[in-house]
Design a protein around this ligand. Sequence first.
Ligand SMILES: Nc1ncnc2c1ncn2[C@@H]1O[C@H](COP(=O)(O)OP(=O)(O)OP(=O)(O)O)[C@@H](O)[C@H]1O
Ligand SMILES: [Mg+2]
Length: 591
Amino acid sequence: MDTPPRLRLSKESLRRALKIFSYVLPYKWAFIGGMIFLVLGSLLFLGIMSLPGQILNVISGQAPAGLTLNRIFLLLLVLLAVQSLFSYLRVQLFAVVSERSLARLRRDLYEKLITLRIPFFEEHRVGEITSRMTNDVTQVQGVVSVTLAEFIRQIIMLLGAVALIIMRLKGLVLIMFATVPVVVLLALFFGRYIRKLMKARQDQLAQTNVIVEETMQSIQSVKAYTNEGFELNRYVAQLDVAVHTALRAAHARGLFAAFIIFAMFGALFFIIWRAALLVMNGTLLPGHLLDFAVYASIIGGAIASAASFYTEIVSAVGATERILEILEQPSEMELEQTGAAEPVRLAGHVQLKEVYFSYPTRKDVQVLKGISMDIKPGQRVALVGPSGAGKSTIVQLLLQFYQPDSGQILIDGKPAADYDLRAYRSNIAIVPQEVLLFGGTIRDNIRYGRPDATEAEIIDAARQANAWEFISAFPDGLDTIVGERGVKLSGGQRQRVAIARAILKDPAILLLDEATSSLDAESERMVQDALDVLMQGRTSLIIAHRLSTIREADCIYVIEHGRIAEQGSHHELSVIEGGLYNSLARLQLGV
Ligand SMILES: Nc1ncnc2c1ncn2[C@@H]1O[C@H](COP(=O)(O)OP(=O)(O)OP(=O)(O)O)[C@@H](O)[C@H]1O
Ligand SMILES: [Mg+2]
């Protein structure tokens, strides 16, 4: 998805970028209004700028009859007032358009992100995704709110000033057209080179941000391994590259500035010199000489800023492309065949038939090699096996984060993929190995299982999960803030909050990735009791490490290298001399 830096507008990219304008469409009247004020304001400005020349003509006694200094100043005052009003209205209208439309774009982008398939998040780094949410959208917003308008304004200025010069200063036109375009062309050529360097610097800075983000995310490991120095070196090395490019760009920019000063102003003074000669021999009014100076500087300014606005627009087109790339990804729901979204209540009969699977990001490694299981409603099944065998993968397939390469997953006799995805997932709860709580209150975190639950139901769920005791011991009770900025709950406490959440959800199928880190005996018992309540009357698939869970399982599947090596009850498997379960149990459980 990394689009190469593109500095030219192709028809295709422009056409695609215009799609973003569908977000502006609802505010088209404000946009059109802003454009009208923009055009009127620019024309008015050109008019105002012709008045200083008239003043000079009046002073030298060569003005048309009836034009006095007082009248000119009065006119100036009125025009300025109108011009100010136009500017105010223009800024307001464009702000309304850009803020409202870009908020909608952000909303759509976020909605799309959270409904994308899991593999998307494996193919893209978090930093890259958030950068699209923030940097790219901000760039587009800048164009809609300011840059586009300014660009158009500068173009109007440019054309207007050129037209006025041609009309008033016929004698100078030839000289002008012999000098100015040459300088402008050189400037454009130079500008393109500088832009390329600036873009490279931007990309390198983005790389440094990725490093910052990665270290922040795993700051504990960085410290635990005392790798601060290593990370710092990594960061500094990347910074050095960015600085080097930046300095090359600065060198080019400096040359550019020197060139502009010398060539642009040299050309300007050359023309003024020729014009002054014309005034001396009486072919030109002195006011027109001033007019020329004024309009020439407007033209110069307009070309310079139009060029920089143009660059911004081009890079915003690049940004829209990256945004559209996300917006045009199909969401999980769109990938589904069925459209029916009626709620379903599953009984919880889970069947896997010869399931083969490899992760989309690592197609060459087959993770599951023909897994078959039959779990009757309400049964309690344990998955055990060495690390990397594929246990968590089975859980992820049951959640339909991925689809099997071949084979079938049947729920209540019907292919899992045939259910409406949301209705399907609403029947499944997962208690993950490592519970992450959302920033917010404990109540919010429990209610996550069912947002419309009542206070009494939340408390009841907390009680059943053995969590009420510690929650009510907090001064703020359910209102205690947890997560990044709040109270840090222990591993066992977080698990019980997650269990309360699952109880509230009341799922038909329960997926449980037991924590490998052993809790102390007391917490272990509390968590186990809570789990017993939770598993009551549900189909439970547990990646098991605790002896108690494994012993009481209706069936144990021993997974090895993506295959089912053994299956049966604890007693059946324990007696297989030299069996995998036998040796695992001896190692892990000490039996
Ligand atoms: N998102 C992923 N993308 C690519 N490969 C993956 C992904 N997740 C897991 N794998 C690979 O799939 C294989 C099975 O992983 P899985 O997480 O299912 O193992 P596990 O049995 O749960 O192990 P553990 O007991 O250590 O949790 C491993 O080789 C792992 O490297
Ligand atoms: Mg696992």
